[in-house]
Structures are given as C-alpha cells and as structure tokens.
Design a binder for this molecule. Structure first.
Ligand code: PGA
Length: 249
C-alpha cells in the first residue's frame, strides 16, 4: 500500500527560535495514524527540528541538497550532512530551485542519486509553468521532468522515491489546481511510471500535490484516487493550518 504523506516546505521562513516552536507545537498535535508528516525547515533548523520529534508519524527533511558529495563547494550542504541530523527526507527539484538557481534535470538527477546513496528519501518535484499549460505542453513537460530526473534509477531505488506534482502557476499564488487537474496529472505520472517500472512499483509510489493547498481545499484534492497527499508551502507555517491539512485525510 502506498503511503499518505503531508510534507511542509517552510522555504526561507522562520528564525531558529520560531522554527523550533512550530516543530514542537506540531509534534504535540500529531496523532499516530497512517499519515506520514514531514517538516522541511531551513538547514539551520534541521538538526534541532529533527531532534525535537518524538512521534513515529513525524519526520524531518531538507529542502535541497548539493549535487556534490563533499569538498570545496562553499555554502553547499551535502546529502550526507542532512542525513546526519536525523532527517530522513529531502525535497529535490522544487520549481524555485529550478527557476532561481538554474537547477537542470541533469543536476537534479545527481542530487537524487546522492540522496538515495545517503539513505534519504527524495521528494522529487515536477510541474509546468502557466505558459506551458496554456500551450497544451504541460503533460509532455512533466513527463520529461520525471523521466530525466528519475528514470535511470534501478527499480529498487525508484521504490524509495516520493513525487510531488506542483503546477508552478499554483505555488504561492492562491490559485489551486482543480481536483480534476490534479487527478489528471497524477494519473499521467503514475501511468508513466507503470510504463517504465511496472504496475506494482507505480501503484506503490506516493504522488503528492503542491500549490496553494489549504485546509479548505485539501479534502477535495486528497480524495482523488491518484493524489496521495500534499507538499505544503505557505500553510505549513502555521501549526493549525498545517494540521488542518493533515486532518483532511
Ligand atoms: P504553496 O507552496 O503551498 O505556498 O503554494 C507549495 C510549495 O512550493 O511546495
């Protein structure tokens, strides 16, 4: 059975003290059930956030990792370092990394492999920009991102991947994809995985939706057969909004 997951991407928000407070509040409110909940704070917070978790359902993750293993790369943080904090997940290929930091499919593929080699579960992001959707290229774009980022992995490695579909036009804009748009793309992604890795692996891959997900729309999004949870930005900065989304399952 594939897992239900709600991951919070705090992006570049919260001081260390605010972040620890938020993590502790969420940790208190988490009920042990079948939903996996992941907090992805800034690197500075990661060790303390990971250390403050006492619930089995709650995990910590990085928002990015270096495409290099170690060495003279000033300012970078490696997958091995992230794992050493106690974090178990890492977001790779967020559209903000692809756009602002020019991360290519090739770079992201290296990051995925380093994450896996260091026992981190990648949450691999894909998604089209508005112009690509308007020109009818969205399906082709997303399939290509998934293919170039992930499809040279062995079946054993691919089993450990979580995918997040995040239409770029829905991120931080307040405009959410409709439940139908989300389901359509999630189904496309799952079928693409089926073609490459077979039905057993595809049906066990968790595919999350991201982009202006809130307590008020989470239930409708999560009730789709191919939507296995969410990657949450803005609404993950408030414990009550974030837990409202978790409890939408
Ligand atoms: P948002 O961000 O929920 O603020 O739209 C989602 C994300 O970027 O992961």
């Amino acid at each position: 059975m594939r897992k239900k997951i709600v991951a919070g991407n705090w992006k570049m928000n919260k001081t260390l003290q605010e972040g620890i407070e938020l993590a502790k509040t969420i940790n208190r409110q988490v009920e042990e059930n079948e939903v996996i909940i992941i907090l992805c704070p800034p690197f500075i917070h990661l060790s303390e956030v990971a250390g403050s978790i006492t619930k089995d359902a709650l995990f910590a993750g990085g928002q990015n990792c270096s495409s290099e293993a170690s060495g003279a790369y000033t300012g970078e943080v490696s997958a091995e370092m992230i794992r050493s904090t106690g974090a178990e997940y890492v977001i790779i290929g967020h559209s903000e990394r692809r756009t602002y930091f020019k991360e290519t499919d090739e770079i992201l593929n290296k990051k995925v492999k380093l994450a896996l080699a260091n026992d981190l579960i990648p949450i691999f992001c894909c998604g089209e920009v508005l112009a690509e959707r308007q020109s009818g290229k969205h399906i082709q774009i997303v399939k290509s991102q998934v293919e170039k980022g992930l499809f040279d992995l062995s079946p054993e490695d691919f089993r450990r991947i979580v995918i997040a579909y995040e239409p770029v036009w829905a991120i931080g804009t307040g405009v959410t994809a409709t439940a139908e748009q989300a389901q359509e793309m999630h189904k496309v992604i799952r079928e693409h995985i089926t073609d490459k890795y077979g039905n057993e692996i595809a049906s066990n891959t968790s595919i999350l939706y991201g982009g202006s997900c809130k307590p008020s729309n989470a239930k409708e999004l999560f009730s789709n057969p191919d939507v296995d949870g969410g990657l949450i930005g803005g609404a993950s900065l408030s414990a009550s909004d974030f837990m409202g989304i978790v409890n939408a399952f």
